[in-house]
Design a protein around this ligand. Structure first.
Ligand SMILES: [Fe+2]
Length: 277
């Protein structure tokens, strides 16, 4: 399969494109290749009306690269530990997944030396209201900077701290497992060569070699500007939706829903990326 065989319908404004009339269940290496090319351009692919088993979701994801083991294994499918369950459903007194929504804008696993490249979310049961997933991109944010600002931040590094993310409340074992990492603030996409701004969560990010106040003010500005309402796509979920996004140059956030009235079961898999450059 080549890229031209994917029927893409870009959303009215970036990021994102819908893949029309496509059954992902048999997706092989070539199909994944075509999707990775499309993701380099659109950041997010939306596939509606899929019927996937957990094994198929794992097989599809694996075509995009090395699977990333979930960080909290108590919420993985027992027979498919690569699949992380996001859910508010309790069965036999036990939560079947992680119920907490990540309501802060972020890019997945920025605190890894090799952060997530691709994230897959597959909707099994989705609330009728709320629980939208929000997306925005940071390529145009970078391209919109004036030349002086680009020059100022060229080569500047950003530190992501797992410890700060958890308010310093981590065990020595976790601290050893997730040491602070340093990545470039201006990141280059390995397929397209396009530059974006990579700044994770406000809470755990620090710009290095920049005066503290200046760095904090720039990060505040980036966080506010990237996700201005006119830059955001809000995905309204239906069961059978498969979302695949390229974490390079992309940010996302969950939104709340009524956990007393609604049921949400979403499967997630992740693929490891390159060391950012
Ligand atoms: Fe996330």
């Amino acid at each position: 399969m080549t890229n031209t065989q994917l029927r893409l319908k870009p959303l009215p404004r970036p990021p994102g494109a819908e893949v029309l009339d496509f059954d992902a269940s048999g997706l092989g290496a070539e199909g994944a290749e075509a999707m990775m090319t499309a993701l380099a351009e659109h950041g997010l692919l939306i596939l509606r009306d899929q019927k996937l088993t957990p094994a198929e979701l794992v097989a599809i994801s694996r075509n995009f690269g090395e699977l990333e083991p979930p960080t909290r294994d108590q919420f993985c499918l027992p027979e498919h530990p690569e699949v992380f369950v996001v859910s508010n459903v309790v069965e036999n007194g036990r939560p079947i997944g992680l119920a907490n929504d990540d309501l802060a804008w972020h890019t997945d696993q920025t605190y890894f030396a090799r952060p997530t490249a691709y994230t897959f979310l597959y909707g099994i049961e989705t609330p009728r209201e709320g629980a939208d997933t929000l997306f925005c991109e940071t390529y145009s944010l970078y391209e919109g900077l004036d030349q002086a600002t680009r020059d100022r931040y060229a080569g500047i590094k950003i530190e992501f701290s797992h410890r700060k993310l958890h308010g310093g409340n981590v065990s020595p074992e976790q601290e050893a497992r997730y040491p602070d990492v340093v990545h470039p603030l201006v990141r280059t996409h390995p397929i397209s060569g396009r530059k974006s701004l990579y700044f994770g969560r406000r809470k755990h990010a620090t710009l290095l070699d920049v005066p503290v106040e200046e760095g904090a003010a720039f990060l505040d500005w980036l966080n506010e500007t990237a996700s201005r309402p006119d830059r955001v796509y809000a995905h309204k979920w239906r069961p059978g939706d498969l979302l695949i996004w390229d974490n390079r140059g992309m940010r996302h956030s969950a939104t709340p829903y009524d956990k007393e009235k609604e049921r949400r079961i979403v499967y997630r898999t992740s693929v490891v990326g390159e060391v950012p450059f």
